[in-house]
Design a protein around this ligand. Structure first.
Ligand code: FMN
Length: 394
């Protein structure tokens, strides 16, 4: 199952939006190219080293790991190439913290010391290229496919997936396993981890008033539903060293989430002093909120106006050009997370640095293009889940 279903958020063979769409000169004049230098200013973080720039690689599931979750040469190659291409921080795909939380075939694992040698090679390759290295920590909860995990477990019993509610002991074990996985990432040499609290996976399942039907201290009020996220954060901080970086990814829509509640959680995360960066997964930084009550402002603006304390705020979603990335910083983000543009071009940041008007190749692209950009055949096949991204064989 892809991170998001086909067609819902796909680029759909998109044509990039025009350069300088906000604030461009009247037609007839040469297009206004906004300066991109701010994208390449270093970004200090509350813990550990600064990021060399503000164009970061979004977490991208690529299904290239070995069946036991150990790193493959293909996954190493794909990510090392992105680090060498100028991303200020290179985030791994979602990596599962428990065998039973696997969400995808070929998913990277971080639940056993057997994963350490591969993770150590990966962190070293990314850091040698001058990029920060971060590992995304994930548990799929009720979104774990049965064929991978047997009986899925989540926040509550769920008829559709057949998942059953975690017991209190299992919730405690989950907190422990997130912390052990973070410590494992630290031992492997990563600068930090990102907690995957987005896209309807386990942490988001607990946050959701629709999915979470628990009647214990993890259900009911928003404070109770957010308890797991903040317990995981505290446990990770307690287990890892003072220089270790911790990010959190949240998404504000779908899976029964309420925008106002996620804004409250984001506000708490930003002021917690424990979090280096909040990464808001918006799927489109230019979109309006789905909830009518919030439609007087773009979705992104509901987060950029929050008090950040020492935490940095980044956003992801349909950032296809250098101009769109630069405009997003102007709109108030501290950094941008780039997904599909960085799949199309391993050196998207370097290209933008050289030419502020850089626009990626139009989609769909051929498998040969993706192979040349460092994707193995299994990853190319996975990208067919994103409608309009990979050309059909003619
Ligand atoms: C192939 C693919 C795999 C993804 N895997 C993950 C993932 O492992 N973890 C995650 O939080 N988001 C994942 N996402 C979402 C991206 O990180 C990103 O937020 C999203 O693609 C929007 O950015 P873009 O429009 O620049 O691609 C994935 C997206 C794609 C296209």
């Amino acid at each position: 199952m892809p991170e998001q279903p086909v067609g819902v958020f796909g680029w759909g063979g998109t044509i990039p939006r025009p350069i300088g769409r906000a604030g461009g000169k009247p037609s007839g004049a040469p297009p206004y190219i906004r300066p991109v230098s701010d994208l390449f200013a270093p970004l200090t973080l509350a813990h550990g080293p600064a990021a060399p720039n503000r164009v970061w690689l979004a977490p991208l599931t690529n299904t290239q790991s070995h069946p036991d979750g150990t790193l493959s040469d293909e996954e190493l190659h794909w990510l090392a190439l992105r680090a060498r291409g100028g991303h200020g921080l290179t985030m791994t795909c979602a990596a599962h913290v428990q065998a039973g939380g696997q969400g995808f075939p070929g998913q990277l694992g971080v639940f056993s010391d057997d994963h350490l040698p591969g993770l150590t090679r990966l962190a070293a390759a990314v850091k040698d290229a001058g990029s920060l290295a971060s590992l995304q920590l994930h548990h799929a909860g009720n979104r774990s496919p049965r064929e991978l995990v047997g009986q899925p477990v989540g926040a509550s019993d769920d008829e559709q997936s057949g998942a059953r509610a975690m017991t209190l002991d299992e919730v405690g074990q989950l907190v422990e396993d997130f912390a052990s996985a973070a410590h494992r990432a630290e031992r492997a040499g990563f600068d930090g981890v990102e907690l995957h609290g987005a896209h309807g996976y386990v942490l988001a399942q607990f946050l959701s008033p629709e999915v979470n039907q628990r009647t214990d201290e993890y259900g009911g009020s928003l404070e109770n539903r957010a308890r797991l996220l903040f317990e995981v954060l505290a446990a990770v901080r307690a287990r890892c060293g003072a220089d270790f970086q911790v990010g959190i990814r949240l998404s504000p829509e779908r899976f029964g989430l309420r925008l106002g509640e996620i804004r409250d959680v984001a506000a708490q995360v930003l002021l917690s002093d424990d979090v280096d960066y909040l990464d808001m997964s918006l799927w489109d930084v230019a979109k309006q909120p789905k909830e009518e009550a919030y439609q007087d402002r773009p979705l992104m603006d509901w987060f950029t106006d929050l008090d950040r304390g020492t935490t940095r705020l980044g956003v992801a979603g349909k950032l296809r050009t250098g101009q769109e990335a630069a405009e997003t910083l102007e709109r108030g983000a501290d950094f941008v997370m780039v997904g599909r543009a960085a799949i199309l071009h391993h050196d998207f940041p370097d290209q933008v640095r050289r030419d502020g008007g850089f626009v990626p190749v139009p989609t769909p692209v051929t498998p040969d293009h993706l192979t040349a950009e460092g994707l193995s055949p299994v990853f190319v096949e996975y990208m067919r889940n994103w409608r309009g991204f990979v050309a059909d064989a003619s």
